[in-house]
Design a protein around this ligand. Structure first.
Ligand code: GLA
Length: 378
């Protein structure tokens, strides 16, 4: 666990994983269903108190930079990774949690902007580490909530709860069917038989801090409001049926209607997909992954040419059961359910084709569903 670290006398070690999401995209902030899990790729932290009252020093090996700050002066930085750190400290202090000066060393094996949630791993890992270092007695759910709040309030991205939940709560070899309204979770064993999960990083970097993500969220919220004007019993998009949406269509803009339609369909797909997984029908499960992609491309409009190319390329192979863009969109990875025996040859083929089309080398990442955040005291 401690093979990376260089500080003296570390007190706490944290392993904080990235996440994948099999199906259920852009449904979390619409109070719907998602099917994520943590992966075996992580961010590693080492923390110690430093005998000062308020001076903190964070070293990121990935960026080869140091962030020094004072606990009494938490100001937004121009650098996004620093804001994830400062945002977590800010949320802890806002909740009346007492901190003193600390040092932290961070090393990441998660690609940034690839849609595997390096940001949630950073927030939740730091929050979990500080929870242990200062004996703050936060529950796992509180760590999830405050990490999401850090991103919403400090970084300014109105993300839902999926990434933080998956990073902290996942169990090895399971997917989480998470109801993002009640926060009830069912852990579904991953039985992918002869298949593996292969991520293909398009190398088009996305940042959900960019406006489009927040715009989608606003479009769904304003669409919901219009529906509520007509049907006051509707509390969230979960209460909207296809018939009900149809009856409101004339009052919604085309965009609003498409966004809402996508969300209703995607929620249904998640629930169907879970049943198919439970009964071992992997090919039918994979078909829903493709449908999810088409919805994200055509109705929700968060895909891009590079992702569409990768999904189409996969669709032509019968040894790939399902493929779709994953995460916020506009770049990052596709997630593919692929027969293991074909991974090597497919990797070669898709790399050549993608490079020819886009002059970019895609990155292949095989992942295994893993355990949520691990914290160890020295
Ligand atoms: C990002 C957000 C999540 C979720 C996904 C899309 O990863 O952080 O909350 O909305 O996009 O499903």
């Amino acid at each position: 666990m401690d093979k990376f670290f260089k500080t003296d006398n570390p007190a706490v070690f944290v392993e904080s994983p990235g996440r994948i999401n099999l199906i259920g995209e852009h449904t979390d902030y619409n109070h719907g269903f998602v099917l994520p899990t943590a992966i075996d790729k992580k961010i590693y932290f080492e923390l110690r108190k430093n005998d000062t009252n308020t001076s903190c020093s964070i070293y990121s090996e990935t960026f080869n930079t140091r962030l020094n700050f004072d606990l009494k002066i938490i100001k937004k930085s121009n650098s996004t990774w620093e804001n994830y750190i400062l945002g977590v400290v800010n949320e802890l202090q806002n909740r009346g949690k007492e901190l003193s000066g600390f040092d932290c060393y961070i090393k990441s094996e998660l690609p940034i902007g690839a849609g595997i949630s390096s940001s949630a791993a950073l927030e939740c890992g730091l929050a979990s580490g500080l929870n242990s270092l200062f004996e703050l007695n936060l529950s796992k759910q509180e760590i999830v909530n405050l990490s999401q709040a850090a991103e919403n309030n400090f970084v300014g991205s109105q993300c839902g709860i999926m990434d933080q939940y998956a990073s902290v709560m996942s169990k090895k070899d399971h997917l989480i069917l998470l109801d993002c309204l009640s926060l009830e979770a069912e852990f579904i064993p991953t039985n992918f038989k002869s298949c593996k999960i292969l991520l293909i990083n398009s190398k088009v970097s996305h940042s959900i801090a960019d406006g489009e993500y927040n715009t989608r969220r606003k479009e769904c919220e304003s669409g919901l409001k219009i529906i509520q004007n007509q049907y006051e019993e509707v509390k969230t998009l979960r209460d909207v049926s296809l018939e009900l949406l149809d009856s409101c269509k004339s009052q919604l803009s085309e965009k609003q209607a498409n966004r809402v339609l996508y969300v209703l369909q995607e929620n249904q797909r998640v629930l169907t997909a879970v049943n198919l997984l439970k009964s071992g029908e992997l090919q039918a499960f994979g078909k829903l992954m493709y449908q999810s992609h088409y919805g994200l491309r055509d109705l929700y409009e968060v895909s891009c040419r590079e992702l569409d190319f990768l999904v189409k390329f996969s669709e032509e192979k019968d040894f790939i059961y399902g493929s779709r863009m994953m995460g916020g969109g506009f770049g990052g990875c596709t997630i593919n359910l692929i027969e293991e025996a074909h991974i090597a040859a497919f990797t070669e083929e898709v790399t050549i084709a993608y490079q020819k089309e886009f002059k970019l080398k895609p990155e292949m990442i095989t992942v295994v569903p893993g355990e949520g955040t691990l914290v160890k005291r020295a």
